[in-house]
Design a protein around this ligand. Structure first.
Ligand SMILES: NC(=O)c1ccc[n+]([C@@H]2O[C@H](COP(=O)([O-])OP(=O)(O)OC[C@H]3O[C@@H](n4cnc5c(N)ncnc54)[C@H](OP(=O)(O)O)[C@@H]3O)[C@@H](O)[C@H]2O)c1
Length: 242
């Protein structure tokens, strides 16, 4: 198991930590001894997830936060600052999609997807960035998707939101990398989570990667030697995209 340096207890804020990839990342950082802030909209599920980390002897704070709301994100950040001082590692993970043709996708769905996957990443990053710049250190992991760089049917708005977030992230990295901030882009292929309906999960189970696989990759990047960073990583099932 990877171990942290003595007396170094980083605070990790994972958005979308009620389930799926976000929960796996929260648990993986808890295992190496980090303090975990789990956020999402489903407060009772966050409390259950945090309780499990606490039962294992870790620190976890469940925090209701809708990343599409600037007020909600600001309020979450204020609570984090009050409770634990600040954020060392932000994991922008919360995301949504609809599998629908361009023609059938509604304006409401467009707004929800872009507000979450692009604007939400912007809001959460803004919430932590000034303090990270002051400290001259920090990690921002952005969970994108291979949809940002690949053409898929019935995923036009999702792909656009992920491509936008990836572009945002690349520009941010160029601005802050000489100031001690690591911005790390993770592009997973199909991961077996609730993002997919049950029949699809059943059919493609053997061809999907698991949330824990993504979490292991994130934590191992965090544990790389301080002299290096990973700018971008693509994680695909062995056989490629579905
Ligand atoms: N599954 C895949 O195949 C796959 C592949 C590549 C990339 N990704 C990306 O990985 C990330 C996690 O996806 P997943 O597969 O783990 O999906 P998931 O199981 O559906 O989980 C999505 C998470 O996002 C949270 N969320 C959604 N809208 C939110 C909002 N407005 N504010 C705060 N939290 C919100 C949900 O919590 P609440 O409902 O409690 O808010 C939930 O915790 C997403 O960015 C997704 O695009 C997934």
């Amino acid at each position: 198991m990877i171990e942290l340096e003595k007396n170094y207890v980083p605070v990790v804020w994972v958005t979308g930590a009620t389930k799926g990839i976000g929960l796996a990342i929260a648990n993986a950082f808890a295992v190496i001894g980090c303090k975990i802030i789990l956020s999402g909209r489903n407060k009772s599920q966050l409390e259950i997830n945090a309780g499990k980390i606490i039962d294992q002897g870790g620190y976890a704070l469940p925090l209701a936060c809708d990343i599409t709301s600037e007020i909600s994100v600001r309020s979450a950040m204020a609570t984090i600052t009050k409770k634990v001082g600040g954020v060392d590692i932000l994991v922008n993970n919360a995301g949504v999609t609809v599998f629908e043709s361009f023609e059938k996708t509604t304006v409401k769905e467009f707004d929800q997807i872009v507000d979450t996957n692009l604007r939400g990443y912007f809001l959460c990053t803004k919430a932590v960035l000034t303090s990270m710049l002051k400290q001259k250190k920090g990690y921002i992991f952005n969970i994108h998707s291979v949809a940002a760089i690949t053409t898929f049917n019935n995923s036009s708005v999702y792909s656009a939101s992920k491509a936008g977030a990836l572009a945002l992230s690349k520009c941010l990295r160029a601005e802050v990398r000489k100031k001690g901030i690591r911005v790390i882009d993770i592009l997973p292929g199909a991961v077996e989570t609730d993002m997919w309906d049950k029949p699809t999960r059943r059919k493609f189970h053997a061809k999907m990667i698991q949330p824990e696989d993504v979490a292991d990759a994130v934590v191992s990047i965090f544990c790389q030697p301080q002299r290096m960073t990973t700018d971008e990583i693509v994680l695909r099932p062995v056989e490629g995209d579905l």
